[in-house]
Write a protein that binds this ligand. Structure first.
Ligand code: ZN
Length: 470
């Protein structure tokens, strides 16, 4: 007997979305036409045909989904929510990687106040939510953990955040913390914002990485991540200089060294990983380490991703490759759908092979692989009963969504985050009709503009805009 023929009384649920096209991203990658989604509290109760779910459930709120394609919330595996959002676009786009980081990004970052960090975190979160991203891993940019966490909790996004930690300086201008102080800060943040208990916002050890962390700090961060059942994230090998430094200091490549000191593992996410060799890829695969591929940064800061990047080989070896947008002066936007488009396309062209990263695979990297990188593969990344109710309405009443003939191609090649109409996180509608339900967006824009101008003023950095303002 099918459920619709059952004589059992309907079960009460909070939300029933009806008549939508539902992209489940489940194991069979089912796309359910005339689909329905039932939610109670923060969890998905059922997914199926509208007629079946209407017979089985009585909802407090029924939402007509005819206009929408429903997908899981996307997962941004690397974003700087402070440091860069409030100076977005001020840094020139014709600098080398070293100039970009040392002469511009680090100096502007130092002028953020705690209040600025709250505004910055909300601006980044608003851009993510409104473009369909419901979860993120922060890059380790924060100084004011409490203010940022408060702003994120208000806006309703899911994230893993952490203080900006390093203990080895390469210039006198950017002094490092002593190793013991750095380790104490990591331990303290993990105690104060634990990821257990299902909290949307929790901390991870998020190191700067590269060659500005000692072995003692790397090891301590990994032990803390293991102990607290969190992830560990850091940057490695976007450009050639990390590899050169490790070769000179240790006589081996960066990822070989990280393997030697036992800092790799299935709770570790390395960001960029553009300059790697075959042996390093094998070590990442053997240890189950995830990689965050940030294509927009690579393009803008000229990493050579399409010439020497080895992301197709990583995926072929079973490495979990997720997608990130990075900072707003390295990438300038936080719309993961735009980054996913690049992931799908860059290596097709570079290798002259259209079979690399088809749309279905690219979208899985933006959802399932991101969830796996966060250690939340059982909670988010697909729409399945028992998982968190983190889902997105893509508005098909838009020119780029018509005609709708192949939804995977549409999501990756035609649409972007600007077509996101509504978003739920933990069963709560945090975006409705293109706007946050939780904060005053106009006020946030005014605050962001004022804070950004003040940070630039304090930094003393020159205005390098090439068009005259008259
Ligand atoms: Zn980064």
């Amino acid at each position: 007997m099918s459920p619709s023929q059952s004589s059992a009384p309907p079960e009460r649920v909070d939300i029933l979305v009806t008549d939508a096209m539902i992209v489940t991203m489940d194991a069979e990658r089912r796309v359910i036409e005339n689909g329905a989604l039932a939610v109670t509290g923060d969890r998905i109760v059922a997914i199926g045909k509208t007629a079946d779910l209407r017979a089985r459930y009585e909802a407090r709120t029924v939402i007509d989904g005819r206009r929408f394609v429903v997908t899981p919330g996307l997962v941004n595996s690397h974003i700087h929510i402070v440091g860069e959002p409030l100076t977005r676009g001020y840094v020139p786009d014709d600098l080398t990687f070293e100039q970009n980081v040392l002469d511009w990004l680090i100096p502007v970052h130092q002028h953020y106040t705690p209040a600025d960090e709250r505004v910055s975190a909300q601006l980044a979160a608003l851009e993510m939510l409104r473009s369909g991203t419901t979860s993120f891993i922060e890059a380790g940019s924060l100084s004011a953990l409490d203010e940022a966490a408060d702003g994120l909790n208000e806006i309703g996004i899911r994230g893993r955040i952490g203080l900006r930690i390093w203990d080895q300086s390469t210039t006198h201008a950017h002094p490092a913390r002593p190793t013991d102080v750095a380790i104490r800060l990591l331990s303290d943040e993990l105690e104060r914002y634990p990821v257990r208990n299902g909290e949307r916002i929790g901390t991870w050890p998020t190191l700067v990485g590269h060659f500005v962390c000692t072995d003692d700090l790397f090891r301590a961060a990994k032990l803390l991540a293991d102990k607290h059942k969190t992830g560990l994230a850091f940057h490695m090998s976007p450009a050639a200089n990390d590899g050169e430094w490790y070769l000179q200091k240790f006589g081996c490549r960066p990822i070989e060294h990280l393997a030697d000191i036992e800092v790799l593992g299935d709770n570790v996410v390395l960001t960029h990983v553009v300059h790697v060799n075959e042996r390093e890829i094998d070590l990442l695969a053997q240890t189950g380490t995830s990689v965050s591929h940030c294509p927009t940064t690579a393009l803008k800061v000229a990493y050579g991703v399409t010439q020497i990047g080895r992301f197709p080989e990583m995926v072929a070896k079973g490495i979990n490759v997720a997608i990130g947008t990075d900072g707003n002066n390295a990438s300038n936007y936080s719309d993961l759908m735009r980054a996913t488009y690049l992931v799908a396309g860059l290596f097709k062209d570079a290798r002259r092979d259209p079979t690399i990263f088809p749309a279905e695979q690219a979208f899985a990297m933006a959802t399932l692989n991101g969830a796996r990188a966060m250690g939340l593969q059982d909670e988010i990344g697909s729409l399945e009963p028992g998982k968190k109710a983190d889902f997105v309405f893509h508005d098909t009443h838009r020119p780029e969504w018509r005609p709708l003939l192949n939804v995977a191609n549409q999501l990756v090649w035609s649409a972007d985050g600007r077509g996101v109409h509504s978003v739920w996180v933990d069963g709560v509608r945090v975006v409705d009709d293109y706007h946050s339900t939780r904060i005053d967006e106009e006020k946030l824009y005014r605050d962001a503009q004022a804070a950004g101008e003040a940070i630039i003023r304090k930094s003393g950095l020159p205005n390098k805009a090439k068009w005259p303002r008259v």
